[in-house]
Design a protein around this ligand. Sequence first.
Ligand SMILES: NC(=O)c1ccc[n+]([C@@H]2O[C@H](COP(=O)([O-])OP(=O)(O)OC[C@H]3O[C@@H](n4cnc5c(N)ncnc54)[C@H](O)[C@@H]3O)[C@@H](O)[C@H]2O)c1
Length: 257
Amino acid sequence: MSVALVTGAAGGLGAAIAARLAQEQPVLLTDVDAGRLAEVAGKLAADGARVAHAVCDVADRASVRAAFDAAEAELGEVDALANVAGVGMFVPFTELTEQQWDRTFAVNTRGTFLTSQELFLRRAGRPGAIVNIASIGARLGLEVLADYGPSKAAVIELTHVLSRVGAPTGLRANTVMPGLIWTDMWRTTSEWLLANDPAHAGSTPETIFQGFVESMVPMGRPQTPEDLGEMVAFLLSERAANVTGQTIAVDGGTVLT
Ligand SMILES: NC(=O)c1ccc[n+]([C@@H]2O[C@H](COP(=O)([O-])OP(=O)(O)OC[C@H]3O[C@@H](n4cnc5c(N)ncnc54)[C@H](O)[C@@H]3O)[C@@H](O)[C@H]2O)c1
């Protein structure tokens, strides 16, 4: 049976993606946040899912290797990978520091490279599937996302490369671009806007987020973590056996891919 590894599995999207995948296969949940990771994995296990968890910093090769080893020891060889771990924080372009730039790329881009390369090395010419989570921020040219947007655009092109390298042996790779989902990432962003942008005076983090949804999403509602879970589960499954190298937005029509 296929075994999945999910990074960022303690986060809003990662937890939902892991839960959806666990309906079909064993899943190793990984994250840097040990406490929340244990909580999320514990809940899934209590519901009867075949899951295990391992703390993993995706920016660190040794940590990534250890996570794959843990999966192999506890669940079996990983052949499906969901790269969900990510960091992102609004900052005006002229205030963006090289430290923030490097950290964003280390997690979002190097992290996706390291885990994907590890899967390729371990599969050694056998089939498998990868879904990389990018963002609509990769396509919008937003001034406040000058590190985050390019880090996710690079993930899209890396996925193109992975799809070409893996195609002859049936190792597929696709990108999913989430739209606007109310997770810790957006809560932090909205709190920052409330504190720093006078245009949002008198708002709450929730109403700020709702304002973005109303102005950006043609279908008029935010996406849910479950919306993303469905797409990732589909792309990692045999149901998508002939789909590779694609970028699919789950964003209510915000970006036309
Ligand atoms: N929420 C949105 O609207 C939205 C939109 C587009 C894309 N995304 C992307 O979806 C993914 C999940 O985001 P989310 O909204 O669930 O945010 P989140 O903050 O809830 O989750 C992110 C998770 O990544 C983990 N993480 C951070 N650095 C890590 C590292 N070095 N190694 C391993 N794990 C690490 C965090 O601990 C956290 O659990 C991210 O890649 C994000 O860029 C989110």
